[in-house]
Design a protein around this ligand. Sequence first.
Ligand code: OGA
Ligand code: MN
Length: 287
Amino acid sequence: MDNLETSSAPYKTFRLRKVAGALGAEIMGVDLSQPIDEALKAELRRAFLENLVLVLRGQRMTERQQIDFTSVFGTVEQHPLYRSAMIEGYPDILVLEHKKGQFFNGRNDVWHTDLTFRETPPMLGLLYCRAAEEGSGDTLFSNMHAAYDALSPGLKRFVEPMQAVHSAEFLRARNNQGSYNVPIAEIPEPVVHPVIRTHPETGRKALFVNGAFATNFVGWTREESAPLLKQLVEMANAHQRIYRHRWRPDDVVLWDQRATQHYVAIDYGPDVHRRMHRTTASGDRPF
Ligand code: OGA
Ligand code: MN
């Protein structure tokens, strides 16, 4: 096993059950339609840092409550693509939807961390499931602390000083392909991030490259970078580092973008209706 978690202090405001060995916990006994007091907030933040992915099932939240819940963990920010699909009056919520009979929308079937082409990528992503067919379109999460820990001492030393270029060109290519998404004309200048990052709150190291936005290592050509980049990205694939979430309507799932990658299984046909209301909290510059 990669990552034997040491057990943490018990929680007073909810019950918690691990959903996988490497990451992820379900929180039970919390109703997000009710006010969230300070004691609950503190324990939610601790559970988030300890488990990297939190799952709350059967929630009935208004748009306002989803935004307020997200702000327990960080400052809510608009997703840069929010204009492509939004709810009137709530620009902080991005709608990700595959409608019946419509061809696939913005596919996310690649291991990634969101928006790393920015200098300050988000610290948290949250999805509130409004429609799903259980067993299809699962979202997978992989623990990047565990991926770092699994590198040999030699490879760790080798990649430690490296940096990678992250570009939004993947997003532009993806969005400009189909008819669903708003086409992207302009993309920001690429940015440089460390290949190994340190979690700003826990101090743990994590592998920080991804299959969507990292294009090459600094000082290396794309061709030279491709094999090692692929190998590092695919560290996310190891079964023992993954939690696979099977969606049901009313699920809330949030993840720590600083220590995970995620992937959506596009294993569903055109007749599935899958709708997620997505919120985002801003992060710091990776170091
Ligand atoms: C995202 C994403 C996951 C999903 O919201 O960033 O990749 O399950 N979507 O739709
Ligand atoms: Mn994503």
